[in-house]
Design a protein around this ligand. Sequence first.
Ligand code: PLP
Length: 425
Amino acid sequence: MHPVFAPTRPGALADRDDFPILGRQIRDGKSLVYLDSAATSQKPWAVLDAERDFYLLHNAAAHRGAHQLAEEATELYEEARGAVAHFIGGHDREVVFTRSATEAINLVAYAMSNTAALGDTRSPFHIGPGDEILVTQMEHHANLVPWQQLALRTGATLRWVPVTPDGRLDESAFDALLTGRTRLLAVTHQSNVLGTINPITDLTRKAHAAGALVLVDGAQSVAHQPVDMAALGADFFVFSAHKMLGPNGIGVLWGRRHLLEQMPPVMTGGSMIETVRMDHTTFLPPPQRFEAGVPMAPQATGLAAAISYLTALGMASVHQYEAALTTLALERLTALDGVRIIGPRDGHQRGATLSFTVDGIHPHDVGQVLDDRGIAVRTGHHCARPLCERFGIPASIRASFYVYNTTDEIDELADGITQAQRFFA
Ligand code: PLP
């Protein structure tokens, strides 16, 4: 055994020994308590092995070359696409591999401004002055800044739905802001700060009735609850592998097939072309049209392994397990004097992400005390600065739970907060 690894505690939904890093000793021999999975998740051996095996046994450029290794690499890459499609209830040809959720959102935003630049006014992606893009006040910067920039490039107007004091979307404001001018609704499925789960099916139905396209940011949902594209009803759904036990460097844009077919390319170059002449080029159909360059086959293989791992746990069980951890954490933290939860204080329609502040102590100082005990949480604005401003705070502390966390770790979090209160009293 590596000297920094030790046997890990029992009692999580997943077998903690599947995650080697959880056995790490940190800060002078303390056991790691990892409560930062909303930032990035830890990886099981199955994912590490899948990616390593790709390089050990099959390494070649997928979709390029006629030799056996290239065939194997292509097969693994396309199998991974099939696994993703099956996991989210979509079709293979609707799954575009990107670098991340961020890149997937930017892909749609740039496709829209490319449509405007090409002057294709009949396209479903056309946008221009007088049109509106509707987002919410609880978006991660990844689902806000690309739309601000699209508005700047095209002359469209950005509008946003406010958040209520208890951290929910203000649905009556949503109804008022959604009009025939709305070309696109971009909304998060689950807030990375508040934990709030938004009623996507409802929002999508209303947005479609108003004639808008809908993009759903699933970066914080797909890893934690069953998702089904047909049930959600959106036009686009994006996420990153690294938050769902998979590798860094790969994400997904799911899009309705008939829309992807009408979407102009964004990144251009190799692997996405049909024929190239010196003066013009024709493009492959989706999804390849949006995957310029050598495909991320090793990462896709790792993502497929993560999906198998989650599927074996069962996404309904994952959701249930995390709901139990969240309920316990809410109970423990609300019982502490001076702790203020930012977001819903009950378990209804919320995920396993819990943000809070502690009266009189800066979030970074609380984070420092927790870190000294081996507890990893995130402090700061969590890439959602306007949301922090909405709640009148510069920053918060965020604990987020996943399949490998235990109830003991929640006790340790509560004890750590109490220690910080004593230290700074
Ligand atoms: N959307 C949400 C809700 C997120 O929490 C994050 C990352 O924290 C992103 C988008 C961006 O994900 P990535 O950085 O993997 O592109």
